[in-house]
Design a protein around this ligand. Structure first.
Ligand code: NAG
Ligand code: NAG
Ligand code: NAG
Ligand code: NAG
Ligand code: NAG
Ligand code: NAG
Length: 308
């Protein structure tokens, strides 16, 4: 079950952004044209790479992920405003529907290392330097042909850059307490195609999988982490970092992965169902303003699963 979380991220700019986005969307639909790569008619893929009617923007659709383990690490320098760097390791289980020695994956990050296993056996990688910055697609080439009915595990270690002037992808935001202290937080906004900026992924909505999120952040800054699912464990990594592991998500699209690492605290409301708690989280200073949201927030318990 997905745990809904109301976030008290500073809203002024977000609201403006959303209104602007709405306007852009309306403008976008008004100028709908076949040359727009995101709004073209859906046609059968002829399987010819780069000549598939999508201008090379679509993944080939032959790598089918089943699960991701996403490890993201953010240093103290980010929470002091001195850095926008982060690093991560993503582990993806997938199968192929056609024989191929290539893996095409969205990866607009700096890839430090790639490894691949087929049914637990290491497979050498001959190349992962072929990256197209227009389509954000990285091509990884294996030394052997990948075949159907084998479970492959792809591991990518990488470094990335948090956005700090746009509130999308994996971004750093900031706010002031009333005494003038400035605090930083990091959080996500992945819809429609921003998940790839946080973790290399088959970042198309139909390529659904289960996600396990692991967030690693400084121990000593009063930070805590929220994600789609309840926390499963909180451990100290070393003197500097602590690590939160969240429960595995249901099968869902990449863009639904969501998280925040901040100094926010939470007020619990009545559970939505036996399994799904409800809480409202915000800056500690605004704790007194949460009561109303705690009371009226839970949506009517309707539809399959009660929530959506
Ligand atoms: C990257 O992809 C775009 C869109 O398909 C294509 O026009 C361009 O030639 C590609 N660039 C390289 C270096 O292959
Ligand atoms: C981030 O980089 C550090 C230093 O190389 C490394 O020890 C750590 O495991 C990396 N974290 C992740 C989540 O990959
Ligand atoms: C993988 O590469 C290593 C080093 O180049 C080589 O020794 C090994 O034989 C290769 N393994 C396979 C299965 O090709
Ligand atoms: C591959 O993984 C699936 C579950 O994702 C499992 O049912 C199947 O037994 C695995 N196959 C092999 C050969 O390990
Ligand atoms: C927290 O730890 C980091 C890294 O060890 C250090 O740079 C920072 O000054 C510490 N902050 C506090 C508030 O102790
Ligand atoms: C609410 O849900 C949580 C998490 O599933 C559970 O531990 C707790 O017992 C529930 N509380 C009530 C009052 O049902």
């Amino acid at each position: 079950m997905i745990r809904p979380v109301s976030l008290g991220v500073p809203l002024r700019r977000g609201t403006k952004m959303r209104n602007l986005l709405r306007l852009l969307l309306i403008a976008g639909f008004a100028s709908y044209s076949l040359s727009d790569p995101f709004l073209i008619e859906v046609t059968e893929d002829d399987g010819d790479d780069g000549d598939d009617g999508y201008g090379g923007y679509r993944l080939p659709g032959i790598h089918i992920p089943s699960s991701y383990i996403i490890n993201l690490q953010v240093s103290a320098d980010v929470f002091s405003g001195d850095s926008t760097a982060f690093n991560g390791t993503v582990v993806i289980d997938f199968q192929v529907t056609d024989e191929t020695d290539n893996i095409q994956i969205h990866a607009p990050v700096d890839v430090d290392a790639v490894s691949l296993q087929g049914d637990g056996q290491a497979i050498n990688i001959s190349d992962y330097s072929s990256y197209n910055s227009t389509t954000a697609i990285l091509t990884i080439t294996a030394e052997e042909v990948l075949t159907t009915a084998v479970n492959y595990t792809l591991t990518i270690e990488y470094t990335g850059v948090l956005r700090s002037s746009n509130m999308n992808g994996f971004y750093r935001s900031e706010y002031y307490e009333s005494d003038g202290t400035k605090h930083y937080l990091v959080t996500s906004k992945f819809e429609p195609t921003w998940a790839r900026y946080a973790f290399p992924s088959f970042d198309e909505p139909q390529l659904k999988a289960r996600f396990t999120l692991v967030l690693i952040y400084p121990r000593n800054l009063s930070l805590s982490a929220l994600g789609n699912t309840p926390q499963q464990s909180v451990e100290d990594v070393d003197d500097e970092y602590e690590k939160v592991t969240f429960g595995e998500s249901p099968v869902m699209s990449t863009y639904l992965v969501a998280f925040i690492v901040s100094r926010f605290t939470c007020s619990a409301g009545a559970n939505l169902t036996d399994e799904v708690p409800y809480q409202v989280c915000s800056r500690p200073e605004t704790e007194g303003d949460r009561a109303w949201a705690v009371e009226v927030g839970p949506p009517p318990n309707e539809g399959p699963g009660g929530l959506y």
